[in-house]
Ligand binder design. Structure first.
Ligand code: TXA
Ligand code: MG
Length: 339
């Protein structure tokens, strides 16, 4: 299959909408990361997403809508807290798990009785939903297991020949996938941290939001994942990544002791010059939003440069930094050295 990379404009958005209506899949930009979209009503189309990504069938997808009326038939009810969260954070990088409605294709929910819903704020994502008139099931547009793409060229690198069209809407502003929260249980649970923080959710809900165990730790053998996506190896570049937790002086000392061919540093802006190995940086030390925006791209650049062993600076684990750490610790297969 020939894959066309097209600048997102009126004509290409119209073309994308036509493909989606015809049961095809299309890569689109969102404010978080690029996604591969298909009609959430069309099981055969959704199957093509799983094939293109090489994604396990039991990992459900997020359905993207552009207005609340689209919830009709997608969900069987909107929990009270969900309404407050939607009002506060939609359109934007928050996904809410809701009871599943009858119109969602089985393939979207992977057998669960819930469905993940999000209303993106990116103008191109919204234009494609509006032009197609369809709710769009869309996971991140990477090959399963790799870092999510935040520019169209990274989608092309993973998906060339696997789908007909990629819409180029420039670099994604958020850079990590949406926050995922479930209100299905007795207490709200944060399943995946993102740009909308735990503290912000608690502020709107007026109650504590629990952190699912798998956000910070590896699932133990036999432990059930609250969100199926958490049991898979994720966001991993080809290089072997280790997080070093400690101050910059201790980091420098450790990296000096481990320098050698193929060794790279993943550090904060301005730090590279003081290191004995080449480096890629991912935002300023105090700027967790910049770290979120740059992390996945930095991991991909390290692979392109042929890095074999990467020592990563540890972000501050709070606020948006919780999302940064959650992705980085998976890229590192949970290998963290305390300095
Ligand atoms: O920002 C995003 O959310 C991006 C863009 C494209 O919108 N999409 C995205 O999708 O990250 P994906 O498929 O890569 O991640 C979806 C996550 C997975 O961890 C999945 O297990 C979880 O959401 N999920 C989906 N449906 C669920 C459900 N019904 N219950 C619990 N977790 C669910
Ligand atoms: Mg993903």
């Amino acid at each position: 299959m020939k894959t066309i990379l097209a600048k997102a404009d009126e004509a290409s958005v119209k073309k994308a909408a036509g493909l989606l209506q015809a049961g095809e899949i299309v890569a689109i930009p969102t404010e978080t990361v690029y996604g591969i979209a298909a009609s959430a009503f069309n099981g055969a189309a959704v199957k093509k997403i799983f094939e293109a990504k090489g994604r396990p069938q039991d990992n459900p997808l997020i359905v993207h809508i552009d207005r609340l009326e689209m919830l009709e038939g997608l969900v069987s009810g909107v929990p009270q807290g969900a309404r407050a969260l939607a009002e506060a954070f939609w359109p934007g990088p928050l996904t809410i798990i809701m009871p599943r409605g009858p119109k969602v294709a089985d393939e979207v929910c992977a057998g669960l009785d819930t469905v993940a819903i999000r209303m993106p704020s990116h103008p191109v994502a919204r234009a494609v939903i509006a032009a197609s008139g369809l709710p769009l099931a869309a996971p991140s547009a990477n090959r399963s297991g790799g870092p999510s793409p935040t520019i169209a060229q990274d989608v092309m690198a993973d998906m060339d020949g696997r789908l007909p069209l990629i819409l180029d809407g420039g670099a994604c502003g958020v850079g990590v996938e949406s926050t995922v929260v479930t209100l299905a249980g007795e207490q709200p649970v944060l399943l995946r941290p993102g740009f909308v923080t735990k503290e912000q959710l608690e502020g709107v809900l007026g109650s504590e939001v629990l952190l699912a165990g798998a956000v910070l730790h590896k699932l133990k053998e036999g432990e059930a994942a609250r969100s199926p996506g958490m049991k898979y190896k994720h966001y991993a570049p080809k290089a072997h990544v280790t997080i070093l937790r400690g101050d910059f002086a201790a980091y420098c000392k450790y990296v000096c002791g481990h320098a050698g061919p193929g060794v790279w540093a993943l550090c904060f802006d301005g730090e590279g010059g003081q290191l004995p190995v080449p480096s890629v940086c991912y935002g300023a030390k105090e700027d967790d939003a910049a770290q979120a925006r740059e992390l996945f791209s930095a991991l991909r650049r390290l692979d392109e440069k042929g890095a074999q062993r990467v020592y990563a600076r540890c972000p501050h684990v709070g606020g948006v930094g919780l999302a940064v750490y959650n992705r980085l610790v998976r890229a590192a297969a949970f290998e963290v050295v305390e300095l």
